[in-house]
Design a protein around this ligand. Structure first.
Ligand code: 5GP
Ligand code: ZN
Length: 138
């Protein structure tokens, strides 16, 4: 299903033109308009899902092969020194467009991209709480 007021639905389905690196029946991969680095691209499913949690499993299973294919092409073609895949869910996590997408971010020596965090320490209390959630075979 498409969502009427969703910009990425319109881009993914070709209603709004975009710099397209890859397209198949289910996905479009486009260049980000405000790239973190040269070649920053976005993997967009054509079907609307707000985020990872509402993405159908069949679509989720195809995201990584598509990301791998296009990221590999960028990695080799742009002589990248590294590569980040980033996928934000929720405003606090940096999501600004509420149509699932995966960022493909080429990395270059001395670039100024920042996808880091300050490492914490896993406490016993947190570990017990999280392990008690279970879900090994969800
Ligand atoms: P988020 O912050 O939701 O993880 O990522 C949204 C990304 O979409 C941002 O990197 C932003 O630059 C990009 N973006 C937002 N609107 C458009 C658009 O209309 N076209 C393209 N190509 N990228 C967009
Ligand atoms: Zn959408």
């Amino acid at each position: 299903m498409k969502k009427d007021d969703c910009i990425f639905c319109k881009i993914a389905n070709g209603e709004i033109p975009s710099a397209t690196l890859y397209e198949d029946d289910d996905f479009r991969v486009i260049l980000d308009l405000n790239p973190a680095s040269k070649g920053h691209a976005l993997v967009l499913p054509k079907e609307h899902a707000d985020d990872l949690f509402s993405l159908p499993d069949e679509t989720a299973a195809r995201v990584l092969p598509v990301a791998k294919k296009v990221a590999g092409r960028l990695y080799r073609g742009l002589n990248c020194d590294g590569f980040n895949l980033v996928q934000n869910n929720g405003e606090i996590a940096g999501q600004t467009v509420f149509h699932f997408h995966m960022h493909l971010i080429p990395r270059y020596l001395k670039d100024t991209v920042n996808v880091g965090w300050k490492p914490g320490t896993l406490t016993e209390e947190d570990k017990e709480e999280i392990l008690a959630l279970g879900g090994e075979n969800v």
